[in-house]
Design a protein around this ligand. Structure first.
Ligand code: ADP
Ligand code: MG
Ligand code: MG
Length: 251
């Protein structure tokens, strides 16, 4: 079953109307892992942010259908409630809001959308405990403010925890491997793999083969100048690592 279908998507920077996405086509089925690679500035993060409805960008053409719904008609919050999750290249700190409050709020919003009763803080605690183990996070982490004073590795781990709690159908991971040491990368990858089910899909943006050896993609796409110019398997990432982007370029 198709989870996400992007057709001829074009988008500009809202402020300057500068075109960034110039006709992106992508189809993700349930249970698939996709990777997007591409030079700095090719539009990878913009694509991810347009999917979640970031206000800095304006869609000028094409369509995005997620679980049969027109995503472009939905507010960012409703996209997240519908099951779209995105980790950011630089996660934000939210002073004054504890991790557990934030997660409970987000999770209950999603439950309301799904027509399920909200969980009380005590019920939520029972729900989240096993997930802490999957992600290898200590319980005291829950009482800290969102991302405040977290190390790079802790921020990433916390995002995977958010992902685990929300149970999003499509998780977009933008350079989750950036700034992680070898052990942290292995942990974070293990956590992502632990969350994958036949119904859940991942779209990950990365520059490195290393991540793709941990979280194995079904497809690898190369983005260049706001378009996906090539799709292949792991061999495309190996070629890229060996010979650089010129080996996979359209020009
Ligand atoms: P990538 O993630 O592939 O490195 P980005 O999507 O971040 O690329 O950026 C694509 C291009 O769009 C870059 O030239 C970047 O400078 C520009 N860009 C993206 N977002 C903005 C913004 N909010 N304001 C100005 N320029 C932007
Ligand atoms: Mg970049
Ligand atoms: Mg980027």
């Amino acid at each position: 079953k198709i989870l996400l279908q992007v057709k001829d998507l074009t988008a500009v920077i809202a402020q300057s109307e500068q075109p960034i996405l110039k006709g992106v086509n992508l189809c993700i089925y349930e249970g698939e892992v996709h990777a997007v690679m591409g030079k700095n500035g090719s539009g990878k993060s913009t694509f991810a942010k347009v999917l979640v409805g970031h206000k800095d960008y304006e869609v000028t053409g094409g369509s995005i259908v997620f679980k049969g719904e027109n995503l472009l008609d939905m507010e960012p919050e409703d996209r997240s409630i519908a099951g779209l999750f995105m980790s950011f290249q630089s996660p934000v700190e939210i002073p004054g809001v504890s991790n557990i409050d934030f997660l409970l709020m987000a999770y209950n919003a999603r439950r309301r959308k799904l027509g399920l009763p909200e969980l009380s803080p005590i019920e939520f605690y029972a729900y989240i405990m096993p997930k802490l183990e999957v992600v290898n996070i200590k319980p005291d982490f829950l009482n800290r403010n969102v991302n405040e004073g977290f190390s790079g590795g802790e921020k990433k781990r916390n995002e995977i925890l958010q992902l685990a709690v929300l149970g999003a159908e499509l998780s977009i991971l933008d350079e989750i491997d950036s700034g992680l040491d070898v052990d942290a990368l292995r942990d974070v990858s293990k956590a992502v793999n632990g969350l994958l089910t036949p119904k859940k899909s991942v779209l990950m943006i990365t520059h490195y083969l290393r991540l793709l050896e941990y979280i194995k993609p079904n497809y690898i796409h190369i983005m260049e100048d706001g378009k996906i110019i090539k799709t292949g398997d792991i061999s495309i990432a190996k070629l890229l690592e060996k010979e650089g982007y010129k080996a996979v370029s359209a020009t």
